[in-house]
Design a protein around this ligand. Structure first.
Ligand code: S3P
Length: 169
């Protein structure tokens, strides 16, 4: 099981899909699974039930996917901040894709499907989350100015290094 975390626009889904092909594992995007479970879009869940309800659904869905079959799982940018989800992530193999704030905003543009982009304090949210991402990461991969292939190759090399370190023989 490999979990990808990082701020919106870090490339979790794009890199995750490519990693899953390289590793021969299925790929899941946590937001997509939440949407199909609740039969609503993330945008609707935020608008109707609020962020706290979304975080609860995110936590429950994360818990069930982490105990399911092996996969590459991209997790939305806010999960690492929720205490329960953070605890689950700390026990998993987590690749943190680092992205600068300006580059993240350039990549996601004004996506209406991402309700957090409407927050006036988004820059503070970003700053606050950096420590949360670090705290759950087993591997950190910078993405600034780099393409999917390079990021994916770094992640694979880092994961191989980690697995050699845990199983030296
Ligand atoms: C969120 C990020 C989104 C999605 C939801 C909330 C956040 O996922 O989970 O809109 O709080 O940063 P991505 O990081 O895949 O955009």
């Amino acid at each position: 099981m490999i979990v990808l975390v990082g701020f919106m626009g870090a490339g979790k889904s794009t890199v995750g899909r490519r990693l899953s092909v390289e590793l021969g594992l299925p790929f899941s995007d946590l937001d997509d699974v939440i949407e199909s479970r609740l039969h609503r879009t993330v945008r609707e869940i935020f608008a109707v039930d609020g962020e706290a309800a979304f975080r609860r659904a995110e936590h429950e869905t994360l818990a069930s996917l982490l105990t399911g079959p092996d996969k590459v799982l991209a997790v939305g940018g806010g999960a690492a901040e929720h205490a329960g989800s953070q605890q689950l992530l700390r026990a998993a193999q987590v690749v943190y894709l680092q992205v600068g704030y300006d580059e993240a905003l350039r990549r996601v543009g004004g996506d209406a499907g991402r309700p957090m982009l409407a927050r006036p304090d988004l820059a503070d949210v970003y700053q606050r989350r950096l420590a949360a991402y670090e705290s759950v990461a087993t591997l950190t991969v910078p993405t600034a100015g780099r393409g999917t292939a390079a990021v994916c190759a770094d992640a694979l090399a880092g994961l191989a290094r980690l697995s050699r370190a845990s199983y030296p023989h």
